[in-house]
Design a protein around this ligand. Structure first.
Ligand SMILES: Cc1ncc(COP(=O)(O)O)c(C=O)c1O
Length: 391
């Protein structure tokens, strides 16, 4: 390790580079904090801070291992070299990151806008495309970040229930989309973990384009890299060829960079140009940019991460099913489980045993709990607790 890097870690109060990769980079527990900022609850974050150091934190859908080796090396190199430069003067620059993302999808940098996490893309979308007379349409329950921005601005929000299998319901969404400003499709959906198949997404987009041509459609694919159902595919090619349709992606989940805060929106250049007007000038940082380029050039690591997650996910589904608790068809790094009691009761009991699961997700908080997937070792420890608590 070079002297400058050692000094940096000493200043941070850590003396081993691998300490940096977990809580600092994955920012475990951050999603719960976000919920507090959005006026929902500070309870989870406070509770997390009180948990013992060896607690199993499976409340915020984070990657328990942090960034892959290529990204990690890029971070260390970036710290040593050019962290003092603005993103235009750093290599790779934010423009080079946009080019790398564009290349992955046969697109151009004009098709891409960066965000400080994909949450910024969601917020900018609500700012750009909803208004007092242009509603946001969203499933309920679904990810709340765009909805909170619309609500805070006093813009109308139309909600659509999930179907019996806790999937997004394309027909009801298309109906509600009429005259709306923005349709928010979270696919896979958080918290229900289910996917809408590619054929339904295409049919829904075609129907909205026909019946309400001025409506924009945002497809949030934060958990895309964890999907294993072949009926699901990314909507990025569809977005690139269809005006008013765009996709949000994040480096926070399978790429393990939640603490580095980087995401992007991708779609038709005309749509992206409108969205990009709402971003802060340097909204991505050098280290995140470098780690993202390294990760995008290391697709094999992503495959390994997806396989690792699937093994731990299958194991946990098996444990819960043996306890009589049915999980929705998870295509993500979390489960949405019918625990047959209020989520708060289940959560408090788990917390007593050093396991922290997700917050309440109204309107399903009386029966369903969200459990993120940690490492296999963490899920084995969590399974012991689930057996005691759910027996
Ligand atoms: C569905 C979904 N979209 C977007 C985000 C925002 O993630 P980030 O801002 O870290 O990219 C999250 C975070 O948990 C999420 O679950």
């Amino acid at each position: 390790m070079s002297l400058s890097r050692r000094a940096f870690f000493r200043n941070l109060g850590v003396d081993r580079t691998d300490s940096l990769s977990r809580d600092f980079l994955t920012s475990r527990g951050r999603e719960a904090l976000e919920m507090w900022r959005n006026g929902l609850s500070f309870e989870d974050d406070e509770a997390r801070m009180q948990m013992p150091a060896d607690a199993v934190l499976i409340s915020s859908n984070e990657n328990p291992l942090g960034p892959g080796p290529a990204a990690y090396q890029a971070l260390l190199d970036g710290l040593d070299q050019q962290a003092g430069r603005y993103p235009t003067n750093f290599r790779p620059s934010h423009r080079e990151l946009m080019q790398t993302i564009a290349d992955k999808y046969d697109a151009r940098p004009e098709n891409v806008t960066l965000g400080t996490g994909s949450g910024e893309i969601l917020e900018n979308a609500a700012k750009a495309f909803t208004s007092p007379d242009r509603a946001l349409v969203t499933a309920d329950p679904s990810y709340l970040q765009a909805r909170r921005v619309a609500e805070r601005a006093g813009h109308p929000v139309r909600t659509v229930s999930l179907d019996a299998n806790l999937r997004l319901d394309p027909e009801s969404i298309a109906r509600e989309a009429n005259g709306a400003g923005l349709v928010f499709l979270c696919n896979p959906n958080n918290p229900s973990s289910t996917v809408m198949p590619a054929s339904d997404v295409e049919a829904l987009v075609a129907e909205v384009r026909r019946s309400s041509p001025d409506t924009h459609i945002l497809i949030d694919e934060a958990y895309e890299d964890y999907v294993t159902d072949p009926a699901h595919q990314t909507a990025i090619p569809l977005a690139l060829r269809t005006p008013n349709v765009f996709v949000a992606r994040t480096f926070s989940k399978a790429y393990g960079m939640a603490g580095l805060r980087l995401g992007y929106g991708i779609g038709h250049a005309d749509t992206i140009a409108v969205l990009a007007q709402w971003t802060h000038v340097f909204n991505s940082n050098n280290l995140a940019n470098a780690a993202a380029v390294a990760s995008l050039n290391d697709p094999q690591h992503l495959e390994q991460e997806s396989a690792r997650n699937k093994a731990a996910r299958d194991y946990t589904i098996g444990v819960l099913s043996a306890l009589g608790c049915q999980a929705a068809d998870s295509q993500t790094n979390f489960l949405f489980v019918n625990v047959g009691r209020p989520a708060a009761e289940f959560r408090d009991a788990c917390r007593e045993h050093g396991v922290m699961v997700g917050r309440d997700f109204p309107p399903m908080e009386k029966t369903h709990a969200r459990i993120s997937i940690g490492t296999m070792d963490e899920m084995r420890r969590a399974a012991e607790v689930f057996r005691q608590v759910l027996a």
